[in-house]
Design a protein around this ligand. Structure first.
Ligand SMILES: Cc1cc2nc3c(=O)[nH]c(=O)nc-3n(C[C@H](O)[C@H](O)[C@H](O)COP(=O)(O)O)c2cc1C
Length: 413
């Protein structure tokens, strides 16, 4: 019997490498050791990217604490900030463990993540050779870490410069016998530029995004920004649900501007998130923060949910889904101006909170009138521009919707 994680619908070819499912553990705390990766594979993950390796001699000393998080509603880690560095385990230890993982899980994909300084051709090539010789199926070049490493000329400074991105890709491709993925930073004005540079350097695939540069907050009692490392802090990298829209846009832009395959990352925690990333152009998807929150076992829900969705929509393979939604992104100028929508309030569901009226009065076109005695909103269709704000502020699911209307807009101010 095939388990959900081995559902044949989920099998996917990524740069000629076969994955039993498109779900990959991103290079991060869930891939801190070989033992952890093997446990994740036992649970059903299709691939894993080892925590980023740096050249021997680079001293990696982490700080504590190295995380800060922003809760939002019931979501404990709506955004996670980290100031963690690359792996603090030695290159030789990792090379041995890559071999062990492959021997125990020959059908799972092990990806070696590497990082060196922008001009350090020798380091890039040496790490590539050593990681592939150890048995890695693919190489991911981490050009995206926004904290700590840029101070040493590594990480995001490399993919904030198209020439550096192209050179590193070429150097790695010159010696690689396995497919090469270039992991980009979103901390740049136009990610299409560096994505095209990676393509020009010969990248087989692009992964996006690494973390978004940020600062989680300030402790108002001690006046120290978070995370406070004995009274001082530094800028970090943001991940988790809050960065998903930034990642989706990056994936879609890369899909539409290059021919490279894409591994999408950033805020993926459910099969729905994964499906969105695939529909916008990703062939595989990577997960970090959601696993840090819920553990490896989320792979079961990810696989069950995605395969059920594919069956319901008659998708025969992941490849059939890739980029279908990206085609529907167009220039603003090309969007219809003839589509007339107005707000419609379901009186049976309305709880009389008045939020739709207040939002429309103070931030839109004063199209929702309010009966204070009956605590009842009503829509003036001639004034409603169909912006949809009322449907977003309404706390009751399905109570306020937009409907097509033939009533002409008369009172627009
Ligand atoms: C604590 C932490 C450590 C990370 N370390 C690495 C790393 O060593 N190499 C790397 O390429 N990305 C690293 N990342 C970035 C993740 O791989 C991923 O790109 C990012 O977290 C967005 O995905 P998510 O929203 O699923 O977490 C790290 C992220 C976190 C939260």
């Amino acid at each position: 019997m095939t388990t959900a994680v081995e559902h044949t619908l989920l099998n996917v070819d990524f740069c000629g490498v076969k994955f039993i499912n498109p779900f990959i553990l991103a290079s991060a705390p869930p891939t801190t050791t070989g033992e952890m990766i093997m446990r994740a594979f036992d649970e059903g993950w299709g691939g894993a990217i080892i925590k980023t390796l740096v050249p021997e001699g680079e001293v990696v000393r982490n700080v504590a604490p190295r995380l800060a998080s922003l809760p939002y509603g019931k979501q404990r880690m709506a955004v996670l900030e980290n100031v963690e560095l690359t792996t603090d385990r030695g290159v030789k230890v990792w090379l041995k463990e890559i071999g062990q993982i492959k021997r125990r899980h020959p059908r799972r994909v092990v990806i070696g993540s590497i990082m060196a300084a922008g001009p350090a051709k020798k380091d890039w090539q040496e790490l590539t050779r050593r990681v592939q010789d150890a048995g890695a199926d693919m190489i991911e070049c981490n050009l995206g870490c926004p904290h700590g490493m840029p101070e040493r000329g590594m990480g995001s400074v490399c993919s904030q410069d198209a020439e550096i991105t192209k050179h590193i890709t070429q150097w790695v491709k010159d010696v690689a016998r396995v497919p090469v993925i270039i992991k980009l930073t979103p901390n740049i004005t136009d990610i299409k530029v560096t994505a095209r540079a990676a393509q020009a350097g010969g990248a087989d695939a692009i992964s996006a995004i690494n973390t978004v540069a940020g600062l989680a907050g300030v402790d108002l009692d001690t006046l120290v920004p978070l995370p406070s490392v004995k009274g001082l802090s530094t800028y970090g990298g943001l991940s988790g649900p809050g960065v998903k829209p930034i990642a989706l846009r990056a994936v879609c832009e890369i899909f539409k501007s290059t021919n490279c395959l894409i591994s999408g990352i950033g805020g993926i925690g459910t099969w729905r998130d994964a499906a969105e990333f695939i529909l916008l152009g990703s062939t595989t998807v990577q997960v970090c923060t959601a696993v840090m929150h819920w553990g490896y076992r989320i792979i079961h829900d990810l696989c069950d949910g995605l395969s059920n969705y594919m069956e319901e929509h008659s998708f025969a393979s992941i490849a059939d889904m890739v980029g279908l939604a990206a085609r529907k992104i167009t220039m603003h100028e090309s969007l219809s101006r003839e589509y007339r929508l107005v707000s419609a309030i379901d009186r049976d569901l309305c709880i009389g909170c008045g939020l739709c009226h207040v939002a429309c009065r103070d931030s839109a076109y004063q199209a929702i009138e309010w009966d204070p005695k009956r605590r009842e909103p009503s829509v003036d269709e001639e004034a409603c521009v169909g912006c949809g704000l009322c449907s977003h502020v309404c706390p009751v699911d399905g109570c306020v919707a937009l409907k097509e209307s033939k009533v002409p807009l008369k009172k627009k101010r």
